[in-house]
Design a protein around this ligand. Structure first.
Ligand code: SAM
Length: 200
């Protein structure tokens, strides 16, 4: 299976761009966006989701462990002249957390790539400002067919009830799930949830 670094130059397919725009619209509906918000995208890859929101918020940090993905994101930021956006090399549940906290942390299809979900959610909580929010989109529980490589080290989506309890255990409140989108692949349909939660 190619790494995310290797996949980065070809990552922005029409389907992924469309998905990120659809998810951005769902987040916009769920969380009021204003020009004074500091926003962090976790597992941002090439920044498809964050960059769809960049002009509606104050500052945006696109964080990802893959330097290849971040290089593509950096080039897009530079080409668009976005002075409120920067990239950060950061892996949830592995790297020391940045000292900074954010009004809104968003994420699309990244949590299932982090082996330790509980540690990842603790990191997410620590990076949200008190009063701020998490808006995270990922796969609902699936049968393991989503990733074509059966040996891929990934979670097979998440059960909403279990994940919601873990998010509350980390300290978040007002945890709500909705269906954000779905991915059709090989004759199957994989729903994606949006979970929004508030740090008290
Ligand atoms: C399926 S891609 C999604 C990328 C992007 N959010 C999108 O929707 O186009 C998963 C991303 O999660 C990143 N990732 C893997 N492990 C991670 C970790 N521990 N913390 C944060 N991101 C991680 C990968 O580098 C990759 O960019």
């Amino acid at each position: 299976m190619p790494t995310f670094d290797e996949r980065a130059p070809e990552w922005d397919s029409p389907e992924r761009i469309e998905r990120a725009e659809a998810v951005a619209a769902v987040i916009r509906e769920a969380v009021p966006l204003t020009r004074d918000l500091s926003v962090l995208e976790i597992g941002a890859g090439t920044g498809l989701l964050g960059l769809a929101l960049a002009q509606e918020v104050g500052t945006l940090v696109l964080a990802d462990p893959s330097v290849g993905m971040l290089a593509v994101a950096d080039e897009k930021v530079r080409a668009a002249g976005l002075e409120n956006v920067r990239t950060l090399r950061f892996a949830l549940a592995a790297d020391p957390r940045p000292a900074e906290r954010f009004d809104l942390v968003v994420s699309l299809m990244a949590l299932h790539h982090v082996p330790d979900t509980a540690a990842a959610i603790d990191d997410l909580f620590a990076m949200v400002e008190p009063g701020g929010r998490l808006a995270l989109v990922d796969l609902d529980a699936e049968d393991g067919t989503f990733h074509s490589d059966p040996d891929a080290d990934v979670h097979h989506g998440f059960d909403r009830g279990e994940l919601g309890r873990r998010i509350e255990a980390a300290g978040f409140r007002d945890v709500t799930f909705t269906t954000a989108d779905e991915i059709a692949s090989d004759g199957r349909v994989y729903p994606l949830f949006l979970v929004v939660a508030r740090r008290p």
